[in-house]
Design a protein around this ligand. Structure first.
Ligand code: ACO
Length: 325
């Protein structure tokens, strides 16, 4: 028995803001953003589009490719830091309604930018425990809604988008999700925070009450480089894999410099890390499934090859998954 990613899907909002356009809104330059982050553009969800809309679109695309109908799903997990509603209901329940998967279980996972890895691990464990046959695992964000567009140190970093995978239990041993590793360093929880602004007495949502991102960039940078390095070393140590066995490492797309530094530390070529941050910026929990969908469309994911997914983010959380495609 194996739990495999059967298909991928993504939704990238049409509206694209290149660095040059951003430089007309805030005191920055294309050169600074590219040299410090590797980002060239980001996509922004249209007015009225919620995280669940992006998620549902990515999910329908993945379901179509898998040949699985929404009503066959046993559960839906959405990883997001920007749910439609704060607290409840979960975005997964709204996605369930939008894709017509009535009746199946639906819940959200919050683990910052590591959310997709956490969600994948939970979903794979549930399928392995025979709590169903097909699941949807989605990473979806509308981070630009909680971005302070006057703060040049953070507003250049983020974008919106969603990625989804259909996860299925099949009778082919040795494929799919082979190993996962999750962790957190709660002592760093203040380094990356979505600060809740006070509500007005009438509970109206105005600019002044929209939450905003606070980040200690240097601490997060150091944590991220350490996380990638330590996760890769631990996976090698605890298993029979060697770094050379992996066709691709798919990291959370936070910052190209983080990946360059980690690649140097572990001693593998940077080209082995799949990167698409230049086009989409940091889409938090959506970045890994968006990357998988792009890789799938480009024919980069070949049956039988080993890949490693690596996430790190607010919490501070980290996680990795080894898959045989
Ligand atoms: N444009 C121009 N100048 C800027 C900008 C900008 N957008 N942002 C900051 N600066 C300036 C600062 O004001 C500062 O100027 P000063 O020296 O005159 O004071 C100078 O650039 C250097 O600022 P630093 O904050 O020291 O810049 P640094 O080199 O550390 O880069 C960055 C900032 C890119 C955020 C870096 O800290 C980093 O990579 N952090 C990792 C965090 C990250 O990528 N987070 C993504 C989200 S978290 C996640 O996904 C896990």
């Amino acid at each position: 028995m194996s739990v495999v990613i059967r298909s991928t899907g993504a939704h990238i909002p049409e509206r694209r803001i290149a660095n040059e356009e951003l430089a007309s809104m805030v005191d920055t330059t294309d050169e600074w953003i590219r040299s410090h982050t590797g980002i060239g553009a980001r996509h922004i969800a249209a007015d009225g589009m919620q995280t669940s809309d992006l998620a549902a679109d990515a999910a329908l695309s993945a379901l179509k490719k898998a040949g699985v109908e929404a009503k066959e799903l046993d559960f839906i997990v959405v990883a997001t830091a920007t749910p439609d509603y704060l607290g409840f209901p979960s975005t997964a329940c709204i996605v369930q309604e939008k894709i017509g998967a009535f009746g199946c279980a639906a819940f959200d996972v919050t683990a910052g930018c590591t959310g997709f890895i956490y969600a994948l691990d939970i979903a794979a464990s549930m399928l392995e425990a025979k709590k169903g046959r097909h699941a949807l695992v989605i990473g979806a964000e509308t981070l630009t809604r909680v971005t302070d567009w006057t703060d040049r140190s953070t507003c250049v970093l983020f974008g919106d988008g969603a990625g989804a995978v259909v996860l299925s239990r099949i009778d082919e041993p040795g494929r799919g999700v082979l190993k996962t590793m999750l962790g957190a360093e709660g002592s760093g929880h203040k380094d990356l925070v979505l600060v809740q602004a006070p509500r007005t007495k009438t509970f109206e949502r105005s600019e002044a009450t929209v939450p905003k991102i606070y980040m200690d960039g240097k601490n997060v940078y150091n944590f991220a480089v350490k996380s990638i390095t330590v996760l890769m070393q631990r996976i090698m140590h605890e298993s029979a894999y060697h770094l050379g066995d992996f066709a691709w490492i798919v990291p959370h797309q936070a910052n190209a410099r983080i990946v360059q530094a980690a690649a140097k530390r572990v001693g593998i070529p940077e080209e082995r890390f799949f990167m698409n941050i230049e086009e989409y910026a940091n889409t938090s929990a959506a970045s890994i499934p968006i990357a998988l969908d792009e890789m799938s469309q480009k024919g980069l994911l070949k049956r039988g090859e080993l890949i490693m997914l690596i996430g790190f983010g607010a919490g501070l959380t980290y996680g990795a998954a080894v898959l045989r495609w």
